[in-house]
Write a protein that binds this ligand. Structure first.
Ligand SMILES: Cc1ncc(COP(=O)(O)O)c(C=O)c1O
Length: 442
């Protein structure tokens, strides 16, 4: 796979890069070492054809194998009932732990640093119980301005829970006047300006609205220099971009699996806790029996004995069906060789969409579609966020009517995310053609 991929990239850079022709898109698809992965997904239909699904930033597609994994759980439940926890090909007890290796690879973490549980906002709260420890002057939380609303509600309610007024306790950092995305230098300055007040820096990995990928390593380092704990909401980063949570010394993180990890609507979330915190006995943690060490759990002693690592944050019996859906999807990432080949394709695919949008703007002599996602491909994942010069919602509706599924985020952004596992260059070319036609009409 890797050798093949290198040839692919070499041939791409060797040929005249990015052309606005169907022949070019088809040639790219032909050369794509991941092209067969498309057939592992079920694609919504539009007028009897596959829709052009560019909405993996919201909900990833269903893997073909998912139904089989779900059926296996139903069959085991039917045939084994309670014994399903201990018997069968895939005993339910400890299933969450058997999936962590693949997931940890996608996150750049050690297996014990990762656990699979709950949903994202719940996990952010549970992690803040452990890692937001305001004391004295150091009680503030730094967040990216315009973070996903659930994160805003979560940090505000955590501040209130500890007796602070969120208006005082939560510091938001916004882009400069006339800019759409944050400059790392401004984030660092903000951290420095508030160095002795910050208890926590909680950022997104990729901002949901702009698609900006933050420099997690640099932010983590700056937060630590200031004496703060640093955590990330990786909803839009996990399964999308290369992460190295362990090496970057990130304290904690949470994500969801229903976007780039294709594990179903409301799919199970996960949490990362850096191993340096495993033996911290003064850390607060809400505890439940599923976080109790597995070998003694059913002895049911009265005093909690934690599992090693992040698994100690588990509370309740795992939702086995959701784990099965997650397993189906994680298997595909494993088969694809992990994130590196996916990211290599993603850079080309999203770059191609950006190029096609640029072609429309060049033709019209103005930015009909303004891409607010950073131009630097190292500062973004699959997603491009586009503001239309005129009639944004109308443009979006034209796309939808033509079978291009993206999403609209108020007040004025169209998000389009070509996903390397299931989108093709031809689809991106088609989407570009439809955008170009919409631009002519409006
Ligand atoms: C960045 C971000 N954070 C949090 C959430 C909320 O996730 P959940 O509803 O699974 O708690 C989302 C959902 O899309 C999101 O995009």
């Amino acid at each position: 796979m890797h050798l093949h991929l290198r040839c692919y990239i070499t041939s791409m850079t060797g040929c005249k890069y990015n052309q606005n022709t169907l022949a070019f898109a088809e040639q790219m698809d032909e050369l794509d070492p991941l092209k067969d992965f498309r057939s592992k997904f079920l694609v919504p239909q539009h007028n009897g054809k596959d829709a052009i699904y560019l909405c993996g930033n919201s909900l990833g597609l269903q893997p073909v194998a998912t139904r089989q994994y779900a059926d296996q759980i139903l069959d085991n439940w039917r045939d084994l009932a309670i014994e399903g926890f201990f018997m069968g090909d895939n005993p339910w007890l400890g299933l969450h732990k058997r999936l962590t290796r693949t997931l940890a690879n996608l996150l750049g973490a050690k297996s014990e640093e990762v656990t699979i549980m709950n949903s994202l906002t719940v996990n952010l709260h549970l992690l803040m119980v452990s890692f937001y420890k305001p004391a004295g002057k150091r009680f503030k939380i730094l967040v990216e301005g315009g973070a996903f609303p659930s994160d805003q509600y979560a940090v505000a309610s955590q501040a209130r829970f500890h007796g602070y007024d969120p208006k005082e306790a939560v510091i938001e950092i916004f882009p400069r006047e006339g800019e759409f995305t944050l400059r790392t230098e401004d984030i660092l300055k903000k951290i420095k300006d508030h160095w002795d007040e910050l208890a926590l820096v909680l950022f997104g990995g990729v901002n949901y609205y702009t698609g900006q990928l933050f420099d997690l390593r640099t932010i983590t380092n700056a937060g630590h220099v200031a004496g703060a704990v640093v955590g990330f909401d990786l909803a839009h980063a996990a399964g999308n971009v290369i992460l190295n949570l362990h090496d970057w010394d990130v304290d904690f993180a949470a994500w969801c699996s229903y976007k780039y990890m294709n594990s179903g609507p409301g799919g199970i979330s996960g949490a990362f806790v850096h191993e340096k915190h495993f033996n911290n006995n003064v850390l607060n943690r809400f505890e439940g029996w599923w976080g109790f060490r597995e070998d003694r759990r059913f002895l049911m002693p009265p005093v909690f004995e934690p599992e090693t690592g992040a698994a100690a944050w588990q509370l309740s019996t795992s939702p086995i069906m959701l784990l099965a859906l997650h397993k189906a999807s994680l298997g595909i990432f494993e088969e694809a060789g992990g994130l590196e080949p996916l990211r290599a394709k993603s850079l080309l695919l999203t770059g191609y969409l950006e190029f096609l949008i640029g072609e429309i703007n060049r033709k019209h002599g103005q930015d009909i579609f303004k891409v607010i996602t950073p131009k630097n491909s190292e500062e973004r994942g699959c997603q491009l966020s586009i503001i239309c010069r005129h009639n944004g919602k109308v443009m979006f509706d034209i796309l939808t009517a033509a079978g291009v599924i993206g999403d609209w985020r108020e007040p004025d952004v169209i998000r389009l995310s070509p996903v390397p596992l299931y989108n093709s260059f031809k689809q991106v070319f088609e989407a570009g053609r439809i955008l170009a036609a919409a631009a002519e009409e409006n």
